[in-house]
Design a protein around this ligand. Structure first.
Ligand SMILES: Cc1ncc(COP(=O)(O)O)c(C=O)c1O
Length: 349
């Protein structure tokens, strides 16, 4: 069978984290929010169900763009909506990076960036993080032919964040747009939105999946200067966001007190989880996200992952060639984290 473009034949498929369809698992493997979304979301969805499904949705999701623009202090034409931030990443890559062209991202990071480059038939340079998860000048060196750079900030799997000033310096030095993927920023101490106004090369992607507990609804958005947004609009599917998702996302970003309360709870649990993991001898990176990255060269963490799974606790085991292996553990509710810690204790005896 040779119907397919050679790069599609050759590429590996992106492997999403396991999504078991049975409820028995304590699921700390894909960084979903452990709390239900704002009650305003349900009301917004019910309103659409009452007669709003017959017609196509607004192609640009203007109602969301207006609210997001207010939130971020920009105009609506600075916002592009997507079917999850993965859709935003797809639109940006499709629009900017052609066959045999080159994009760049740090390593280890979100593997989907590599998959998107593969789909384009493009090249990519994974630039290794330092051992302390900092990123040096190599990120911008020898970059003349780059078409796109992407940094997950906070990064996955480390949960670490690069300071906005350094991101601004990278953008100054790069010849191409820099997409700052802020999927986890609702749990972080800084963000890069102000850089979008300072430099047209900086674009920020946001997700409703993590901070707003809407992974199942699929909604994300991009903040970039209007000439870029206008061109990305040409690339997106006409109706890339459905009516339920637009209503749910708009209600969610409007409920600021829900976000603040949820954030306080998740950050407190994150601190406790990190302390307990360190108490039992794991090396844990300080986290700016709703997950933590734990390593321990003296342990077989693949085996720990398997044992946890047997005890119906699911975390993400990640091994990066040329880099160490580790467990990425999402911050659940206090009860979920306690159950995980108990199960982990049993694997370590
Ligand atoms: C760094 C990063 N960016 C983007 C995404 C995608 O998020 P969404 O659910 O908005 O597509 C993820 C999901 O895990 C992620 O880890």
């Amino acid at each position: 069978m040779n119907y397919f473009r050679p790069n599609i034949e050759a590429m590996a498929a992106y492997q999403p984290g396991e999504q078991p369809r049975v409820a028995k698992f304590i699921k700390l493997n894909t960084n979903e929010n452990p709390y239900p979304p704002s009650s305003a979301v349900r009301r917004a969805i019910e309103t659409v169900l009452d007669g709003g499904l017959v017609r196509y949705p607004d192609p640009a999701a203007d109602v969301f763009r207006r609210r997001a623009a207010e939130l971020h202090g920009v105009e609506p034409d600075w916002i592009l909506c997507g079917n999850g931030s993965d859709d935003i990443l797809t639109i940006v890559t499709r629009a900017l990076v052609g066959e045999r062209e080159r994009m760049r991202m740090p390593y280890p990071s979100y593997i989907l960036y590599e998959t998107l480059a593969d789909i384009q038939g493009a090249q990519y340079d994974p630039i290794p993080y330092e051992q302390d998860w900092s990123l040096g000048g190599t990120f911008t060196s020898g970059a003349d032919d780059l078409k796109l750079a992407i940094i997950a900030n906070p990064n996955s799997p480390s949960g670490t964040q690069i300071a906005p000033r350094q991101i601004a310096e990278f953008a100054e030095r790069l010849p191409c747009p820099l997409l700052v993927d802020e999927a986890y920023v609702d749990f972080a101490s800084a963000d890069c939105i102000s850089l979008v106004r300072e430099n047209e090369k900086v674009m920020v992607a946001r997700s409703l999946s993590k901070g707003y507990a809407l992974a199942g609804i699929r909604f994300g958005y991009l903040i970039a200067q209007p000439p870029l947004i206008e061109r990305f609009m040409k690339v997106k599917d006409s109706y890339n966001c459905n009516a339920l998702a637009i209503a749910a996302a708009t209600a969610a970003i409007d409920d600021r007190s829900w976000l603040a309360e949820m954030r306080t709870k998740v950050l407190a649990t994150r601190t406790r989880l990190i302390e307990r993991l360190r108490d039992v001898g794991l090396q844990v990176t300080d986290s700016e996200a709703n997950f933590v990255w734990a390593t321990q060269p003296e342990l077989d963490l693949g085996r720990v992952y398997e044992q946890l799974k047997e005890m119906q606790v699911l975390v993400r085991y990640l091994g990066y060639p040329g880099w160490n292996e580790g467990l990425r553990i999402s911050v659940g509710t206090d009860d979920q984290v306690d159950a995980f810690l108990n199960a982990l204790g049993a694997t370590l005896v």
